[in-house]
Each structure stands twice: as structure tokens, then as C-alpha cells.
Write a protein that binds this ligand. Structure first.
Ligand SMILES: [Zn+2]
Length: 822
């Protein structure tokens, strides 16, 4: 019983980083050798930080590939509050992208990945603010759980537990790691977890400090460092097994954080990392007296040492024989292990190694896209025996019990029928609605980066014995690519996609909106749209698989300014069998080349926000930045919005626009804008109105983007409810067409703004002052300058968050910016 329990538990951790299209591929002999070296070492490190991209891939790559230490990165959050530099996804969608980017990075550096339930709510200045939102006890419990589950001998933090960490979440990660180090071994701490995991005491704790914080570290002598309990290690070593320097591997891993623009050069040669010891006894040798999983059974470790020494890089049968002769008899003496809790972990790793040494490749896939929930579907199972000895493989699953014999050098395949689950695929942490903590019940699956889709177990008998499980996926051929492999996707029979999830309405008005419905199977008819229980009849439409249709309907508002209500949207229909169903789930497909395709399914809702806006009309040219939805919000307000380029246009061409709005980070991203910045200024000079949203000072494509001197700072106001001071309430921008009052700054989300102007010429007038608790007022959030007959506005106000979130005051203020006349 203990064995099977441990087996599932560890399998889930290992399986969590299963790489689509890779984990079932046979490993190279170098990779198998690395796996054996890790088993021989028997040591684990948990690296703790706050966001996807915080982790030091250099250290992780070095620990995994040079030191042969199993390393996991525990990220408090999934990074959903950050910015997205490759697409429009924000919030939950962005958290999905960043989760999978982390998994891609771990595939490169070899580490494992874990998370807590903490939601990234954006920039936070202090750990206290973060704890207030998350609940400290909850996230601390999750870190304790992570330690109890991964059972690290060493914990390493990325950040110091103070303001030098630079971000409240960073600071929090260090504080939590330190407290959890002591709590994980205490059976009275979070006892409810002990149903799933055992207590665990790590031996050492380090802070992965760096010369980024402390320049002088580079010049310190070994003795000086020792005095401060700091180890300096050169991680820039070459790894003959991969043919890469460790920092090259690290750069390749780091470059996976594409939505954060973390692409980096492949660095080679000496590179130092600093580890300041926080807990445990000092040893001059880094990890010198750490006792790994073999501490009470050195003879097991010696057996692995022999296997490693006698390993033959070209003769897998010889290597399998070594395992059979040297390791198997030792594993049979399980009761001699003092650290018996690690038996599941060791058994799984050995089973994987043996399967690879036997040359048995097992893959199970479906070629359907997607599969409707609750329906039967065929899958193909392939078994390839790469070596000479015949092998027998038995497959077991709720619906499968099949044994096959595969001759040496041959591949066989056959089909089986499975039944799709009743729930559609969606990231498990998004199944329930959440606030600042994902609503995921405690279970043995807690902390996992993702849950595995359908698993099919198998056992193998050939020259050796092995057991494992393979994860079902989708696979098809694309003539321009070759094999395409994607995770399983179970979809509702009908998926909905509202044209707009947020509708802005003036009080007493109604607006027509559109709902797209796509059938993933055969639908006899769809006839009624239901809006929060009120049915709107439509002409019945039948849909066959893959067909799409749309319904236009009206939503109205009788509410007052700032009020929100949400409308649950569903479609009634009947299936082929005549059964009447109600489809009320929307779906979103996240599809990028560098990560697997992931579907998010949730209840279909439209948020209706009543905003007291004067009628707005006019033409706007929107110049794209790094991706935002401000242009969609402008359309909702009634403007006619074109997106386009400046190149090829003249000042006269531009004069037809009432305003030109630059997307966030446009001067960092948009070469067309940078090359034609003079034209933009000329447009303003001739009477146009330019509204430039925030840019970062680092990586400006053109330094002088403003007609007058203006520099960008890192000033931001992160408290969304911080006090606001309107500096000139008579200014036109606060009066026309909408009268702006302090009430318009209520109910903002995440923050007030970021990358405010730091210094500006006297041509600019600052209009708002605000500050976070305990700080000085900052003024550079909204600046307006007259330029010729027109105007140039720079704003760090996070309209790109407020408008999609339906903040009425932000709509009213932005409307005034657009209609501003000097
Ligand atoms: Zn971070």
C-alpha cells in the first residue's frame, strides 16, 4: 500500500513536467547516464521565488547538469499580473502562457516546476501588502506543502527577505521560504496536509545573492566571503554530455520566457554565482556534508557508483545487465532503507531508466481535434522495440487491458476506445473562480504546474522489468511541419464566444452584441439564447461538427454610472439523439508556437457596465505597442478606430483623425512610430491630439519621442485605491465633455499607473498627484503640453488595465483625453 501511494505521488511530480512529444521518446545514452548520476547523488534542491522568470536558470542548469542534483523551482505565482509582450492575453490567459513558458524552460535546464495558489495581482511594494491580499497562512502552507512534497535537502531563495528584493512578491517569497524551512518538519503545522505528504526537514538554506545587489562581491577574497558565509561557484563550466556550457543551457532556458521579452544571448565561459548560507552548519565545500537519500544506506549509493563507472555509452544491453545485477538486489531489501519514503521516487526513476535501456518506446494518441466531453473516441497505441530482445507489454486503464508481444526491432500499433471525461479541458487552477488565491482544494495534486490528461499504465517484461504510464495526447500530420503534437482537448459540444465580454452602456441605452457558437460535434438545432434566464427566440439552426453560427441580441442597462451587472449567456439546443441541452460555456484557445495549445473553458458571461459618458464620435488612429485592448474599449465608447502605420502618410493624411493614440510601450516596440516620430509631432502641431501611453525608459527605439523634453522614470502608484489629488480642477481635461470628480477614481483595479514621466519641460502641465502609502506624491502620471495648434499628452495611467476591467471613471477620463482641445 505504501508503495503504490508513494508511486502515485512521485509520479505526479515527475509527470508534471512531461514534455509533449518528448517524454515518451527514447533517451540518448548521455541522458540516461545523467539520470544515473542523479540517482547516485540522491540530492534535491528547491529553488524559491515569486514569478515565472524570477528563477536563476544558470544555477538550476548547473545544479541539474553539472552537479547532478534534482532541482525544482517553486514559483509563488503564475505571473498573471504581468505584462504580455507577445499577445493580447492578460490575467488568467497570461498566467497560462507563463506557466507553460516555465515548463518549456525546465525542459531545457532539466528542473522540475511547482507553484503555490497565490495569484499575481501585479506590482506590489511590500510583502505585507501581498500577505494582506493572499492570506499569509495560506501561501505559507502552500510553501510548506511544496517542501513536504519535493523533500529537498537544500532550499535556495532568489531574493532577500526585505525591500532590497524590489517587489513585494519577491520579498514575500524569501520570508515564506525561511519560515517554511522550520515548519515543514513540525507535525503540528498544517496537519491536514499529512494525509498527502509527510513532514520533512531540509538541512541547508541559502540566498542566491548576486553582484547585481552587491557589486563588491566580485572583488572579495575567498576568506572574506567565508566570513560572510558566502560560497562563490563558477557555473560557467562546459558540459561534455550536452555539448554546451552551463550558461549556454541557461540562456536557452531563459529565452523561453518570450512573453516577458527575456530572449538572451548564449553566454559562454566563466560565470560566478553567490550562495549566502542562511541555515545549517557551514562547510567550506558547498553542500559538503549534506546527507542525501542514501544517508542510511551507503551500499545503495555504492551500487550506483559502480553502474556509473562501468556504464557503456554504446551498449544498452550491457547497462541493463548492470542494473539487473547491481541495483535490483539492493532494491529488494527495501526494509533496510531508513529513508524509505524516497522509495517511490527511486523506483520510478529506475523504471524509466530500465525502459530506456530496453529500448521500449510507448506512445498513445488521438487524431481528433477536439473531442466532445462524454463521448467515445478512438486512440492509437504504438509500441516500438528498438533493441533485439523480444518484450511483452501489458496496458491497463479503466477501459483497456491489453497485452502485446513486440519482436526486437519492430513497431506495432492498434486502436482502443476510450470515453472522454464529462468536464471540458481547462487549466485546473482556473476551474473555480478566484480572487487573490486560486480556489484549488488540497489534494495530492497540489503544487503541480498542470494536471496530466488521461494516463495509460503499462508494465514491460523483456531482458528486464519495468513499469510506467504514458500521457495521452493529440497528434496529426501537417505537411509543412511534420508531426504536430498537442495536449488532449476535451470540449463542450457547443462552445460560445461572445463578441465582447464587457459592454459599456450609457444609462437607459441598449446595445446589440453578437455571440458566436461553434459545434464540436453534430447539433440538431440551436434555437434560443438565454440571458440570465430570459429567453430570446431565434430561428432554429442545425450545426454539423466544426460549423459556426452567430446570434445578435440586445443588452440594456437601467443602472447608474459605475454600476456593473453580469449576464449569464447560454444557448438552448438539442442533440442528434433529441436530448435538449443548455450550452453555457465559453472557450478561449491559447495558441503559440513555443508552448502547447491550451483551452480555457469557463461560464459564458457578459459584464455590462453603465458609464455616464457624453455621446462620443470621431476618428482615431491607434498605433500599436506591445499589445493592449485599449483600442477595443474606444470602439465600445463609440469611436471609429483604425489601426495602422505612419509610414507613407503625410501630415495632411493624418489631419482627418481627431486623435492619435499610441498603445502601451509603442516607443519600445513600434519601429514605424519610431521612424516617423517627426510626423507625429507635425500632426500635433497642425492641430492634432496625440495621446501617448506609457513606455519604459530601457529600450526606447527613439530617445526624443516627445516634442519637448520628457524623461521616463520607474515611478508608479501601485495601490489601486491610493488618494488622488486633482491639481487643476478647472482644467478642460477634467470638465469636457465629462465632469471628472474624485468619485471617478473609485473602484480602480491593480494599480493607478506605472512608468510615469520623471522630468519634463515647462511646456508640460502635470494634472494629477498621487502616491502609495508612506511615499511622496508623484506627478508624472498625466502631462499635457500644447504643441502648435494641437496637443501632446503623456500618460502612465494604466488605462490598459482599467478599460478592459470596465472602470467607469477611467472611461470618462480617457474620453476627455481624446476630445481634448488646447
Ligand atoms: Zn519577479
Amino acid at each position: 500500500m505504501i508503495r503504490s501511494f508513494a508511486f502515485t505521488l512521485v509520479f505526479l511530480i515527475l509527470a508534471s513536467t512531461i514534455v509533449y512529444g518528448q517524454e515518451y521518446e527514447l533517451k540518448t545514452s548521455s541522458e540516461i547516464y545523467q539520470d544515473l548520476k542523479k540517482l547516485e547523488k540522491g540530492m534535491r534542491v528547491l529553488y524559491v521565488a515569486a514569478h515565472p522568470d524570477d528563477e536563476n536558470t544558470r544555477l538550476i542548469a548547473w545544479l541539474e547538469n553539472d552537479q547532478h542534483i534534482e532541482t525544482a523551482y517553486l514559483s509563488l505565482t503564475r505571473g498573471q499580473g504581468g505584462q504580455n509582450l507577445i499577445g493580447d492575453e492578460k490575467g488568467d490567459g497570461l498566467g497560462v502562457i507563463r506557466t507553460y513558458e516555465l515548463l518549456e524552460a525546465r525542459k531545457v535546464d532539466g528542473g522540475e516546476q511547482m507553484f503555490t495558489r497565490a495569484v499575481d495581482f501585479g506590482y506590489s511594494k511590500s510583502a505585507e501588502e501581498s500577505f494582506e491580499k493572499w492570506g499569509k497562512a495560506e501561501v505559507l502552507g502552500d510553501v510548506v506543502y511544496g517542501i513536504r512534497k519535493f523533500r529537498p535537502h537544500i532550499i535556495i531563495t532568489r531574493f532577500p527577505p526585505n525591500r532590497y528584493a524590489g517587489h513585494g512578491h519577491h520579498e514575500a517569497s524569501a520570508i515564506l521560504a525561511e519560515e517554511a524551512f522550520d515548519l515543514a518538519a513540525d507535525p503540528n503545522a498544517y496537519p491536514e496536509q499529512l494525509k498527502w505528504v509527510d513532514t520533512w526537514q531540509p538541512q541547508l538554506m541559502f540566498f542566491n545573492t548576486s553582484s547585481w545587489w552587491r557589486k563588491e562581491l566580485e572583488d572579495k577574497t575567498a576568506a572574506e566571503l567565508k566570513e560572510e558565509k558566502i560560497h562563490r561557484v563558477n557555473i560557467g563550466v562546459f558540459n561534455a554530455l550536452t555539448g554546451l556550457g552551463i550558461n549556454e543551457t541557461a540562456a536557452l532556458a531563459r529565452s523561453k520566457h518570450r512573453c516577458q521579452a527575456f530572449g538572451t544571448d548564449r553566454d559562454r565561459g566563466e560565470r560566478f554565482e553567490y550562495l549566502k548560507q542562511l541555515k545549517g552548519e557551514w562547510n567550506d565545500v558547498l553542500f559538503g556534508d549534506v546527507e542525501g537519500i542514501w544517508m542510511n544506506s551507503p551500499e545503495h549509493q555504492q551500487a550506483f557508483t559502480k553502474v556509473v563507472e562501468q556504464y557503456d555509452f554504446t551498449d544498452m544491453e550491457h547497462n541493463l545487465q548492470l542494473i539487473n545485477d547491481l541495483i535490483e538486489p539492493k532494491l529488494a531489501q527495501r526494509n533496510m532503507w531508513a529513508e524509505g519514503k524516497d522509495i517511490g521516487y527511486v523506483t520510478i526513476l529506475i523504471d524509466r531508466i530500465k525502459q530506456n535501456l530496453m529500448g521500449i518506446r510507448i506512445e498513445a494518441f488521438s487524431d481528433q481535434d477536439p473531442i466532445v466531453v462524454g463521448t467515445d473516441y478512438p486512440i492509437t497505441i504504438q509500441v516500438y522495440n528498438a533493441h533485439e530482445t523480444e518484450a511483452m507489454v501489458r496496458f491497463t486503464h479503466e477501459k483497456i487491458d491489453t497485452t502485446v508481444i513486440v519482436a526486437g526491432g519492430s513497431q506495432i500499433e492498434w486502436t482502443e476506445t476510450l470515453t472522454a471525461p464529462d468536464l471540458p479541458s481547462t487549466p485546473y487552477w482556473l476551474r473555480n473562480e478566484h480572487d487573490w488565491l486560486y480556489d484549488v482544494p488540497l489534494s495530492e495534486q497540489s503544487a503541480l504546474p498542470r494536471l496530466t490528461d488521461e494516463l495509460i499504465s503499462y508494465s514491460i517484461r523483456g531482458k528486464g522489468r519495468s513499469a510506467g504510464a504514458t500521457e495521452l495526447h493529440r497528434k496529426w500530420r501537417d505537411r509543412s511541419i511534420g508531426e504536430v503534437i498537442q495536449p488532449m482537448r476535451f470540449a463542450p459540444l457547443v462552445g460560445l464566444s461572445p463578441e465582447s465580454e464587457t459592454i459599456i452602456l450609457r444609462s437607459g441605452n441598449a446595445q446589440t452584441t453578437r455571440l458566436d457558437a461553434i459545434a464540436f460535434g453534430e447539433v440538431k438545432q440551436l434555437s434560443e439564447v438565454s440571458l440570465s434566464g430570459d429567453d430570446v427566440e431565434f430561428q432554429a439552426k442545425g450545426l454539423s461538427k466544426g460549423q459556426q453560427t452567430s446570434f445578435d441580441f440586445k443588452v440594456s442597462s437601467e443602472s447608474e454610472n459605475g454600476q456593473k451587472h453580469s449576464v449569464n449567456v447560454g444557448v438552448k439546443g438539442s442533440t442528434e439523439s433529441g436530448e435538449v441541452s443548455y450550452f453555457d460555456q465559453s472557450f478561449q484557445l491559447i495558441s503559440y508556437e513555443h508552448i502547447p495549445e491550451i483551452q480555457i473553458v469557463k461560464d459564458c458571461k457578459i459584464n455590462v457596465i453603465t458609464v455616464d459618458l457624453k455621446e462620443s464620435s470621431g476618428r482615431i488612429l491607434y498605433l500599436d505597442g506591445s499589445g493592449d485592448e485599449v483600442d477595443d474599449a474606444l470602439i465600445r465608447m463609440g469611436y471609429s478606430v483604425e489601426s495602422g502605420a505612419l509610414a507613407g502618410k503625410t501630415a495632411a493624411d493624418l489631419s482627418k483623425y481627431d486623435a492619435i493614440v499610441c498603445g502601451i510601450r509603442s516607443v519600445n516596440k513600434n519601429n514605424d512610430l519610431a521612424n516617423n516620430i517627426e510626423l507625429l509631432h507635425q500632426y500635433a502641431e497642425n492641430g492634432g491630439n496625440v495621446i501617448m501611453q506609457y513606455n519604459t525608459s530601457y529600450g526606447l527605439l527613439v530617445e526624443q519621442f516627445s516634442p519637448y523634453s520628457l524623461s521616463i522614470s520607474r515611478n508608479r502608484v501601485t495601490e489601486e485605491d491610493s488618494e488622488v489629488r486633482i491639481l487643476d480642477s478647472k482644467h478642460r481635461v477634467f470638465n469636457e465633455p465629462n465632469k471628472i470628480t474624485l468619485a471617478d477614481f473609485d473602484s480602480w483595479v491593480q494599480e493607478r499607473g506605472l512608468y510615469f514621466a520623471g522630468e519634463w519641460g515647462e511646456e508640460y502641465t502635470p494634472l494629477i498627484a498621487w502616491h502609495d502609502k508612506g511615499e511622496e506624491d508623484v506627478l508624472g502620471g498625466l502631462l499635457i503640453a500644447s504643441h502648435g495648434k494641437g496637443s501632446f499628452i503623456y500618460t502612465g495611467i494604466s488605462f490598459f488595465r482599467q478599460l478592459p476591467a470596465g472602470v467607469s471613471g477611467a472611461y470618462r477620463l480617457f474620453d476627455n483625453l481624446i476630445q481634448y482641445k488646447p
